[in-house]
Write a protein that binds this ligand. Structure first.
Ligand SMILES: [Fe+2]
Length: 329
């Protein structure tokens, strides 16, 4: 096997962590011959420093190391990369099931048991790098859609920045409610994309200042279905689809498109329904000036008994906004 066989990932940078310099040298020599750029570290702290400062595409970690062992290092690395896929191979001395279980719990993507054959190592490295490449291409398509949503909206002075603000407010509410980092990120993306279906609705209708006919209202309401269709093929937006479809449902069951009520409405859609309305109220519209934060909160609070929003979430949102008015700019 020579360098020419690694066409897909020939520029990949592999971090090898082992407390024994001899092991590092052997691995480095072998991977270097295979055409990879190899970065070595003798302990976990050194490895984390490298990851913080340099691009690394995959890590091979020895499990038995003094100080922070390979399992803990793997856990730490996975948390640094968060939602992004970063492959980690753990090298264990014994083929023990309990080691593999601990490794899997730490987020490891594959294992090598010493002594291992170099072909085995290469196969695992190649397949994980391929996976990483596919994953980053997916992330890239998601970035394109997010940027597109923001760009389209920015052409309109009244809606400029609205979806991004909705995403940020939802994310802040998620933090305020003690939700996970993953949920926070998802809510941000959901906020940015919730109205993407408006691309498919005639602009003159969206900006109409006079009274809307029933047909006009039906056409505008279709944006939730159009948005769902646009984002459906995007794997990474799968968890966002319920927000796109249901952000206009009402707690009392009179919303659209499915007239869901109460807790039938997906939780993230209930959050977005609140932040969407709030941001629309504190922004100017062609037919009215903007409300202040306190005015908007008061109006939403007064409408609470009418049943538009999840009352508990609305209370949480109001409390957060009163404590952190800086969220609204
Ligand atoms: Fe909408």
């Amino acid at each position: 096997m020579g360098t020419q066989t690694i066409t897909d990932n020939s520029d990949a940078r592999i971090l090898v962590v082992d407390d024994l310099p001899f092991n590092l040298e052997v691995m480095e020599g072998f991977l270097y011959k295979e055409g990879y750029t190899v970065i070595t570290a003798l302990n976990a702290l050194e490895a984390l420093e490298i990851i913080a400062k340099q691009r690394v595409d995959l890590a091979v970690l020895d499990v038995m190391m003094p100080g922070m062992n390979g399992f803990d290092l793997c856990r730490k690395i996975k948390s640094v990369f968060g939602n992004r896929f970063f492959p980690v191979i753990l090298v264990t001395a014994l083929d023990e099931l309990k080691d593999k279980i601990t490794g899997l719990e730490a987020g490891a993507d594959d294992f090598l048991t010493k002594p291992f054959h170099t072909i085995e190592l290469m196969t695992k490295i190649r397949s994980l790098l391929r996976l990483r490449k596919l994953q980053s291409e997916l992330d890239h398509s998601e970035d394109i859609i997010l940027s597109l949503a923001i760009a389209i909206e920015s052409k309109d002075i009244y809606t400029k920045g609205h979806s991004e603000r909705v995403g940020t407010l939802s994310m802040e509410l998620a933090s305020f409610l003690g939700m996970s980092e993953e949920d926070r990120n998802l809510l941000f993306k959901a906020g940015v994309l919730h109205d993407i279906g408006k691309i498919g609705v005639d602009n003159t209708l969206l900006h109409k200042t006079g009274p809307l006919s029933d047909a006009d209202i039906r056409t505008i309401q279709e944006h939730v279905l159009i948005g769902e269709t646009i984002c459906f093929p995007l794997n990474s937006a799968r968890n966002i689809l319920p927000v796109i479809r249901h952000h206009h449902e009402r707690w009392d069951g009179t919303g659209f498109p499915d007239r869901l009520s109460g807790e039938e409405i997906p939780f993230f859609a209930r959050i977005t329904a609140i932040t969407d309305t709030f941001d629309a109220m504190v922004s100017s519209r062609p037919y009215r000036k903007s409300y202040t934060v306190m005015e908007a909160l008061e109006i939403m609070g007064n409408e609470k008994p009418l049943g538009q929003w999840d009352p508990q979430l609305l209370d949480g949102f109001t409390e957060m906004m009163i404590q952190h008015k800086e969220f609204c700019v």
